[in-house]
Design a protein around this ligand. Structure first.
Ligand code: CP
Length: 311
């Protein structure tokens, strides 16, 4: 693949392997930019990037803001409570008004699955999905893949376990689509209420036995319980969840010696992961955050029409 063709990044599901590799290779170039004394490039000078976050975020919002700043774009941040959405303005009208102010890129996080897909055909501006409901979080999956490639040198053939609340996780869905496209053996694990067997249709193995899930794992990606999207009680208590499915020191000690620990954040220490495990040498949780910057620079650059990294 020689040129990036998409104006929007809405999800991983619709991307080809060539497009995923093109994005990851571009992110590699931007990671090098981040190692220079002057970490800024003029690629998006004169462009306006809007962060439209209708759900809370620490990592994704700041990472997109910093990525756009390092590309020399002008950046505007909008949160739901500080916007006219609370006065009854529709999402479509909000986005059209931002475009009328010459926004070139609108990065959106929304609780409704499909919100970015609704906006993209209405706008000339690029639309980047920063998380839509329990549907997709494409840049998280890309930064996860980037980190695995950096640490393990490959994705094809790796045994990658995603452990936790799969049902309500957009990170899980984007990771499943990306990792299976790139040839990983993906195992999904957790309570049966949160990891239904229907996920097997995506080419994954499903298990509700944590020892089975961890035994051969090269990578363990932990997910928190997404309380904000659950409308009913799906397991007896947090304590029982931790006992049954938490990655504690004892379970960590039984992993393969080179198994790597990942988590998209925010982590709930003492629930899905013990502090000792989260902070250990084989945890790459903060490196994921660092790599997110390079990945988001690449996404902003390519969706804005860039093709080669400028110095
Ligand atoms: N991983 C992630 O999306 O974190 P935030 O919710 O803090 O953006």
């Amino acid at each position: 693949m020689k040129r990036w063709q998409r104006k929007d990044l809405l999800g991983i599901q619709e991307l080809s392997v060539a497009e995923i590799n093109f994005l990851l290779n571009s992110a590699q170039a931007f990671k090098q930019v981040g190692k220079r004394s002057v970490k800024k490039v003029p690629s998006l000078r004169g462009k306006t990037v809007v962060n439209l976050f209708i759900e809370p975020s620490t990592r994704t919002r700041t990472s997109f803001e910093l990525a756009a700043t390092r590309l020399s774009a002008d950046v505007i941040n909008i949160t739901a409570n500080a916007s006219s959405l609370v006065k009854g303005e529709t999402l479509k009208d909000t986005a059209l008004n931002l475009q009328a102010l010459h926004a070139d890129v609108i990065i959106i996080r929304h609780s409704a699955a499909g919100a970015p897909h609704f906006l993209a055909p209405l706008l000339k501006a690029s639309v980047i999905n920063a998380g839509d409901g329990a549907h997709e979080h494409p840049t998280q999956a890309l930064l996860d893949a980037f980190t695995i490639l950096e640490k393990k040198g490959k994705i094809a053939g790796l045994n990658i376990t995603i452990l936790g609340d799969i049902l309500f996780s957009r990170v899980a869905r984007s990771n499943i689509w990306l990792l299976t496209k790139l040839g990983a053996n993906v195992t999904l694990a957790g309570p049966s209420t949160l990891v239904p067997r229907v996920f097997e249709q995506f080419g994954c193995r499903v298990t509700h036995n944590i020892d089975d899930a961890l035994r051969d794992a090269d990578v363990v990606n932990l997910l928190r319980i997404q309380h904000e999207r659950q409308r009913q009680t799906l397991f007896p208590s947090i304590g029982e969840y931790t006992t049954m499915f938490g990655l504690n020191k004892e379970r960590f000690a039984r992993l393969k010696p080179d198994a790597m620990i990942m988590h998209p954040g925010p982590i709930n220490r003492g629930v899905e992961i013990d502090s000792e495990v989260a902070d250990c040498e084989r945890s790459v949780i903060l490196e994921q955050v660092t790599n997110g910057l390079a990945v988001r620079m690449a996404v902003l650059f390519l969706c804005s029409g860039g093709q080669a990294v400028e110095s």
